[in-house]
Design a protein around this ligand. Structure first.
Ligand SMILES: [Fe+2]
Length: 419
């Protein structure tokens, strides 16, 4: 492609990503977009503004001569965690910001979009670094997923259990029973090899020693989780890591997040409102502690990052992601074969891998070096994307990360065993 074609493709992708964010926010009122359900979650309005601030701060100010910042006060409100970009509003108080209102955030987005499209069209003497544009877009895609996680958390806290959307299509109701797939051991190469966009934490590619292992062909289902509950899973301390058992006690956990038992059955809060739990759908909203306890109960363990990535290598990175429109995990009716099913989409799968640096990892220079590297302590890696992940956003090498007690994201479990 020549320069013009490259620029046109970049502009088109930019528009597509930004419009998709606005489409997700469209069903939400100003009140819906303003409130924050808990310190881990952010208001929708904040997500819309923060992703805009990212483009303004890291692309427009440095690379577009004459760019006029929309409002100098926004940097304090909408910087998330970049120390190099200055002080910021405390995260737990994002939900107190009734101003700027949604209309002003919309105007902020339009202002930055117009300038970004000029920049991508070659208005600056030097082209902006393509990697930085790609990072801004991948960043906004991550926030699109967070936006839906956070609105689910907000609506689940409302006694009326409102639906984000009332028109979500049903997924298949029945899935197969699954089987254990065997994988050979040996030296395997994992991590991103370069070529195409990846986050810095996915590389460098490097060799690891993998022992022979078995991996379940499907994620753990809600039906299996009901059996775990009925067998006293949440009341048997010997199944739990010490920190996990402390969390069970402190939080009063008796079931996955958003599960409620009434009218003689388990129900779960979804983006389509509260619904009966579907037995063959992958369980979601479980913490690392719950995933680990379930695995111990089942006589299995969580996969390592290398095992998961080895098993995912060569599979198409497609599945029940946001484009399916279901916005919740669903059973997979595909017959069991010799490849794992539902590796991508449905639920992020906890691994036993501590989120830390790969050998040779070096964060990017400048403020964006704070994007991933500084969070490499006390978190665990999850793989594969989920039902609210933007289509095409994840890869086999993609490393998501959360603290072991967190469960408002669409997190699930796939069992592994030593061979
Ligand atoms: Fe962010």
């Amino acid at each position: 492609m020549g320069h013009t074609a490259v620029a046109a493709a970049a502009a088109q992708f930019y528009r597509r990503v930004r419009d998709a964010t606005e489409a997700l926010a469209a069903p939400l009122s100003a009140e819906d977009q303003t409130v924050q359900s808990m310190p881990d979650a952010s208001p929708v309005k904040w997500h819309r503004a923060h992703t805009t601030w990212f483009f303004e701060t890291f692309l427009l100010v440095p690379y577009l001569p004459g760019y006029r910042v929309f409002d100098p006060d926004f940097a304090y409100l909408f910087n998330s965690y970049y120390e190099a970009a200055g002080p910021r509003h405390p995260r737990p108080q994002r939900g107190l910001l009734t101003r700027p209102g949604v209309a002003e955030v919309t105007a902020y987005r339009a202002h930055v979009d117009a300038a970004m499209l000029r920049l991508l069209d070659g208005a600056a003497p030097a082209e902006p670094p393509a990697g930085l544009v790609a990072l801004g877009l991948a960043h906004e895609e991550q926030h699109r997923e967070l936006l839906l996680m956070d609105i689910l958390s907000l609506f689940a806290a409302n006694p009326l259990r409102p639906a984000y959307r009332t028109d979500l299509p049903d997924g298949p109701k029945a899935g197969g029973g699954g089987r254990r797939l065997s994988f050979d051991g040996g030296i395997r190469r994992i991590g991103h090899e370069g070529g195409g966009f990846a986050f810095d934490n996915e590389g460098p590619a490097h060799d690891v020693l993998v022992h022979p292992f078995r991996l379940h062909s499907r994620p753990v289902t809600c039906g299996a989780w009901k059996a775990f509950i009925a067998d006293g899973g949440y009341t048997t301390p010997t199944l739990w890591l010490s920190d996990g058992w402390a969390a069970v006690q402190a939080q009063g956990w008796t079931a996955p997040g958003y599960w409620r038992r009434h009218d003689g059955a388990w129900h779960v809060m979804t983006l389509g409102g509260e619904r009966p739990v579907e037995d063959d759908a992958p369980v979601t909203h479980v913490s690392l502690y719950e995933a680990d306890a379930f695995a111990r109960w089942a006589g299995a363990r969580l996969p390592t990052e290398a095992e998961w990535e080895t098993a995912a290598a060569g599979l198409p990175c497609t599945g029940n992601t946001v484009g399916s429109g279901r916005l919740r995990p669903a059973a997979d009716p595909a017959p069991d074969g010799d490849r794992p099913l539902q590796m991508f989409g449905d639920v992020w799968e906890w691994t036993s891998g501590a989120y830390t640096r790969y050998p040779g990892f070096r964060p990017a220079a400048g403020a964006v070096g704070e994007y991933n590297g500084k969070f490499m302590a006390n978190q665990f890696v999850l793989r594969g994307g989920c039902c609210v992940t933007p289509d095409g956003h994840v890869r086999a090498t993609y490393r998501n990360f959360f603290y072991p007690h967190q469960r408002w994201m669409f997190s699930g479990v796939r069992l592994a065993e030593d061979a």
